[in-house]
Design a protein around this ligand. Structure first.
Ligand SMILES: *Cc1c(COP(=O)(O)O)cnc(C)c1O
Ligand code: SF4
Length: 331
C-alpha cells in the first residue's frame, strides 16, 4: 500500500499542457515547453504548483520548473559535466572530493526537475550504487579514517524507501570514525509530506548525528506545509540548513534574497550557501555573473544581520572545497 507521500509522488505533474492549464497560462508557451521537456522532462509536485501565482509566466517558482526554448541554446562555457565529477568518482555512487566528507548519490530521481540542475546530464543510472557497489562504498569508508561525514545526496536521497534508508544508515553507523550523517534533499521543500514520523525514526535510530540541508531558492516556496515538516525535524533536534542557487529571474535581487533569509530563519532554517550556477548546458539563461552576485551579498549585508547572509560560493572542478566569492564594497 502506498503511503501519503508516495501517492503525492505518483501524482507529480509531468505534462506541460497540464501545468499551463492549471496556472491559466498562455498556450503560446506550450510548443517550447514540450520541446525542451524532451531534453530534460518536466516534473513538479502538485503542492509546489499550488504555491505559484496563477496567470504569471514570470512566477519565481514556475521559472524553476517550466521548460523553455532557451535550454536548447549552446553556450561556449556551459558543458555536460561542469564539475568534472567523473574524475572523483572512485566507486559508482561515491564522490570523494573534499577532505573528511564524501557524497553518496543514493537515488537517481528527484520529485521535481529543476531546470538549472547541474545534474541534468549526469549519468545517474550508472551512478546509483547497486548491492555490490554499496558493499564497496562501505569498505572504502571503513578504510579511510579521515572521513567523518557522509552526505546522502542524489538525485534526492529521501525518495528512497524508509527500509532501504534504514539499512544504509545502519551500515554507515557501524563504521566508528563516521560521526555525521548529512542529508541533502529538496523534498522537505517540494514534498514536505515526506517528513514522516517513521522517517524521523530512521534518521535518528543510530549514533550518527543527522544534519539536514534543504534546497530552497525563493521565499514563496516556504508555506505552512513546509514549516510543519521543519518543525518535526526540529522536535528531533535535527539542525536544518538551506542552500540556494542564485538564479536570474528567480532570486537575483537583494529584496528577494533578504525575504528568503528572513522567512527561512522564521521557520527555523539556517541560511548556509548561495551557489553560483554551475555552468551546465541548457541553463545559461539563469546565470548571474560574479560581480553582480558579490553586489547582492553586499546589499544583504547592509540590510540584515550577518547570520541571515548565506556564504556565496561556487564549485570548481578539481578544487578541494567550495570556493568563496569575495563581497564587494558598496559605496
Ligand atoms: C558540496 C559538497 C560537499 C560538502 O561541502 P560542504 O562545504 O561541507 O557543504 C561534499 N562533497 C561534494 C562532492 C560536494 O559537492
Ligand atoms: S532537486 Fe536538486 S538534484 Fe533534483 S533536479 Fe532539483 S536541483 Fe537537481
Amino acid at each position: 500500500m502506498l503511503t501519503h507521500w508516495q501517492l503525492l509522488l505518483k501524482e507529480v505533474v509531468t505534462s506541460p499542457i497540464e501545468l499551463l492549464t492549471q496556472l491559466n497560462l498562455d498556450a503560446d508557451l506550450l510548443p517550447a515547453a514540450q520541446q525542451a521537456a524532451k531534453l530534460f522532462p518536466l516534473r513538479v509536485p502538485q503542492g509546489f504548483i499550488s504555491r505559484m501565482k496563477k496567470g504569471d509566466p514570470d512566477d519565481p517558482l514556475l521559472r524553476q520548473v517550466l521548460p523553455l526554448a532557451e535550454e536548447a541554446l549552446e553556450s561556449p562555457d556551459f558543458t555536460q559535466d561542469p564539475l568534472n565529477e567523473s574524475a572523483v568518482n572512485p566507486i559508482p555512487g561515491l564522490l570523494h572530493k573534499y577532505y573528511g566528507r564524501v557524497l553518496i548519490t543514493l537515488v537517481g530521481a528527484c520529485a521535481i526537475n529543476c531546470r538549472y540542475c547541474f545534474r541534468r546530464h549526469f549519468p545517474y543510472q550508472k551512478n546509483i550504487p547497486g548491492k555490490a557497489a554499496w558493499k564497496n562504498i562501505v569498505a572504502y569508508l571503513a578504510n579511510n579514517n579521515t572521513i567523518f561525514e557522509v552526505i546522502l545526496s542524489g538525485g534526492d536521497p529521501l525518495l528512497a524507501q524508509d527500509e532501504y534508508l534504514k539499512a544504509c544508515i545502519h551500515d554507515l553507523a557501524s563504521i566508528p570514525h563516521l560521526k555525521i550523517l548529512r542529508i541533502h534533499s529538496r523534498l522537505p521543500i517540494v514534498l514536505p509530506q515526506r517528513i514522516t514520523l517513521n522517517l524521523l525514526e530512521v534518521l535518528t535510530s543510530t549514533t550518527l548525528q543527522p544534519v539536514m540541508v534543504v534546497h530552497c531558492n525563493h521565499s514563496n516556496e516556504l508555506d505552512d506545509s513546509v514549516s510543519a515538516a521543519i518543525a518535526l525535524l526540529q522536535e528531533k533536534k535535527i539542525i536544518v540548513f538551506n542552500q540556494s542557487v542564485l538564479l536570474k529571474g528567480v532570486n537575483d535581487s537583494v529584496e528577494a534574497l533578504v525575504h528568503l533569509s528572513q522567512r527561512l530563519v522564521a521557520i527555523g532554517i539556517v541560511p548556509y550557501y548561495l551557489h553560483l550556477l554551475d555552468k551546465v548546458q541548457g541553463a545559461a539563461h539563469f546565470a548571474v555573473d560574479e560581480i553582480k552576485a558579490g553586489q547582492l551579498i553586499a546589499g544583504m549585508q547592509n540590510r540584515i544581520a550577518g547570520y541571515l547572509v548565506p556564504k556565496l560560493v561556487k564549485e570548481e572542478a578539481g578544487a578541494t572545497a567550495k570556493q568563496s566569492i569575495a563581497m564587494v564594497t558598496l559605496p
